[in-house]
Design a binder for this molecule. Structure first.
Ligand code: FMN
Length: 197
């Protein structure tokens, strides 16, 4: 085995080890609204479940240089955002939204995504996702290089085609995940292992 002390190498070296080994990572496409009313959209793969009671998710938004990204800034001011599951149908457009646009320009418009009103919050989502979750800001942790956001899900929207008796069909959802660099992965073989009692 190769043994590496993270303190002995650069941030980029540690980044490559983390994003190359913590795979596959689910991807959230997150919409937020700026103070000027611009609908911002960007993908985030430092994304996961925090708890189901209450339903909460986490996003880690790295600083760009020494500045907070638009998504984090908007979440902190509006206290609301929408998380969409990235899938094989929307991933090309979502990838385009990772462009570094100035805050007054909407990545949603740039990528040709279709805004849709939310039910419980004032931030719009987009139609091009089979699952979207309206979230309110539950907690924020301000780290030197990133903003860790914990959101509480206040409304689920699910395409009825993928929903059966409370469960989501993973083949129909066709979620994609992030690997390192520009690589993505589709859901591969699904296998089942019985848990010991
Ligand atoms: C698939 C994918 C996943 C990404 N995941 C993250 C992430 O977890 N954290 C992060 O800070 N940036 C991530 N990025 C980069 C942001 O999407 C990018 O910096 C974006 O421009 C941020 O938008 P904003 O400035 O409007 O917030 C990811 C990019 C892609 C394409």
């Amino acid at each position: 085995m190769i043994t590496i002390d993270p303190a002995s190498q650069t941030e980029r070296d540690n980044y490559k080890l983390l994003i190359g080994s913590i795979i596959p990572r689910p991807i959230a496409f997150v919409t937020t609204r700026s103070e000027d009313g611009v609908l911002n959209g960007a993908p985030f793969s430092y994304f996961n479940i925090v708890s189901s009671n209450p339903p909460m998710i986490s996003l880690s938004i790295q600083h760009a240089g020494d500045k907070r990204k638009d998504t984090a800034r908007n979440i902190l001011t509006a206290q609301e955002f929408v998380v969409h599951i990235v899938d094989q149908h929307n991933v090309e457009k979502v990838n385009q939204t990772a462009a570094n646009l100035p805050p007054e320009q909407s990545e949603v418009t740039l990528a040709g995504l279709t805004p849709v009103d939310s039910v419980n919050i004032s931030v719009q989502g987009v139609q091009e996702a089979q699952v979207r979750m309206e979230c309110t800001l539950e907690r924020h942790m301000d780290f030197p290089g990133c903003d860790l956001i914990i959101g509480r899900v206040v409304q689920f929207h699910i395409n009825e085609e993928i929903y059966h008796e409370g469960r989501i069909d993973p083949y129909k959802l066709a979620a994609v995940s992030r690997l390192a660099g520009n690589d993505y992965a589709a859901v591969g073989e699904i296998f089942t292992i019985e848990r010991p009692r």
